[in-house]
Design a protein around this ligand. Sequence first.
Ligand SMILES: CC(C)(COP(=O)(O)OP(=O)(O)OC[C@H]1O[C@@H](n2cnc3c(N)ncnc32)[C@H](O)[C@@H]1OP(=O)(O)O)[C@@H](O)C(=O)NCCC(=O)NCCS
Length: 174
Amino acid sequence: MSITIRPYALGDAPALFEAATESIPDAFAWLPWCHPGYRIDEAEAWVEKQVGAFARAEEFGFVIQSPSGRLLGGCGINLLDRVHLRANLGYWVRSSAVGQGVATAAAGLAAQWAFTHTALVRLEIITTVTNIRSQRVAEKTGALREGVQHRRLLLHGTHHDAVLFALLRPAGSA
Ligand SMILES: CC(C)(COP(=O)(O)OP(=O)(O)OC[C@H]1O[C@@H](n2cnc3c(N)ncnc32)[C@H](O)[C@@H]1OP(=O)(O)O)[C@@H](O)C(=O)NCCC(=O)NCCS
């Protein structure tokens, strides 16, 4: 599917709420924010935070959308380390849109955006060792698999080992 990414806009909360709600059974294990009982006001707060953070260049959250404008999920550049010019790259795709290359395309576009619009030289994708689908996405974006970090992610009160992938700014680009 041909997808685009764009920064969040204040009107995105209802579509985010709908996409997140259908995805809870698949996403909750990996994304604790996408939890049973997820509420519209949580979606509103998230969108508001994303819009403000983008404007202040604190982090860069994007909606993933289909050619018809349907919200397919989200991706973003966050946890910016301005000393070493690195950040985290994350992604999720609504359950009804998985398996069509959406996450891979979105992660690639987000990385391209970051290397064009920021000085970041390194984007890290960090997935639990058991999240094979997400690791496959990272591999397909061309990220380097750098190894396993022990107890790297704390999810639902349990520490998980995680695979660290990195996308590097293309050599020679400013
Ligand atoms: C992980 C996630 C982002 C994948 O989104 P997607 O749009 O389906 O991803 P893509 O279609 O680009 O690629 C998925 C790949 O995983 C593979 N895959 C899917 N299910 C799999 C499984 N159970 N075991 C192994 N590989 C699997 C697909 O075959 C595909 O690889 P391929 O193109 O080589 O066949 C989506 O499932 C999701 O949002 N999950 C919940 C949140 C999450 O885990 N986010 C990442 C946190 S680090």
